[in-house]
Design a protein around this ligand. Sequence first.
Ligand code: CP
Length: 317
Amino acid sequence: MKRFLSPADIGDLHQALQEALAIKADRYANVELGRNKTLLMIFFNNSLRTRLSTQKAAMNLGMNVIVLDVNQGAWKLETERGVIMDGDKSEHLLEAIPVMGCYCDIIGVRSFAKFENKEDDYSEKILQQFIDYSGRPVFSMESATRHPLQAFADFITIEEHKRTERPKVVLTWAPHPKALPQAVPNSFAEWMIAAGYDLTIAQPEGYELDEKFTQGATITHNQDEALAGADFVYAKNWAAYSDPNYGKVLSKDMSWTVSKEKMALTNNAFFMHCLPVRRNMIVTDDVIEAPTSLVIPEAANREISATAVLKRMLESL
Ligand code: CP
């Protein structure tokens, strides 16, 4: 596997699931695979789970790990061609990327949507340059439009907890004070559809996601109707995708917060969120603390999804 951005890159999801479960049963079984191989993790944005779980995954496979926080200690990077570099940016990404590629075998990149230019975000301008110019296999640690390691971990978590073969999974928008990218809901929708689940997406008007990620899902503006009979409720905020409101916060409607009353509409559903989460904006304290909350198992499975992906990449070096 030379890149990991979407479920298409990993192939048969149930095969990938079996590999992930085998890793979970014995996460050090492949510790020789990564001997003298180096993972470079590049962060343009903050992280807790992705940073720790991916580093742990690399250690499970015996790899060496280098972590670069681009905004802390590295030269400030220019990303545009044709710019006269007489400002505060000392280095161009087009030199920095191949240089980084010299020091490692596999590269993970975190680079969020900036909401300055929709085309730049949705063409994955930064991540694509790593794919094109690093000379190394590249995986997303959350890019402008996708968060595949999270969605893979969510898929594993649902498979571990589902009570019916084809569960009803509801992805619901919930309020948040700031504009957040669509990467998590895009990937979650894409993976749930690829897994063959019954997916419903509930959001206020104006929050429709790119249809590329949601084809096959039931889409509604009525959260209560969506939650009826749900087996899993995945809450997430995202900013508007559709023009002319790309990247804007259109609503902070607290009636969309996932509460005990909302969960009572479901089929005793499990609650899910990728974290970090704003309590009592996205979800109430009692729901996230309930025994049906899967937020910690999801985070734990990030180590497993990352180990499975790195294992595939090491095998194809
Ligand atoms: N869910 C997730 O990716 O968490 P971090 O942003 O902390 O890495």
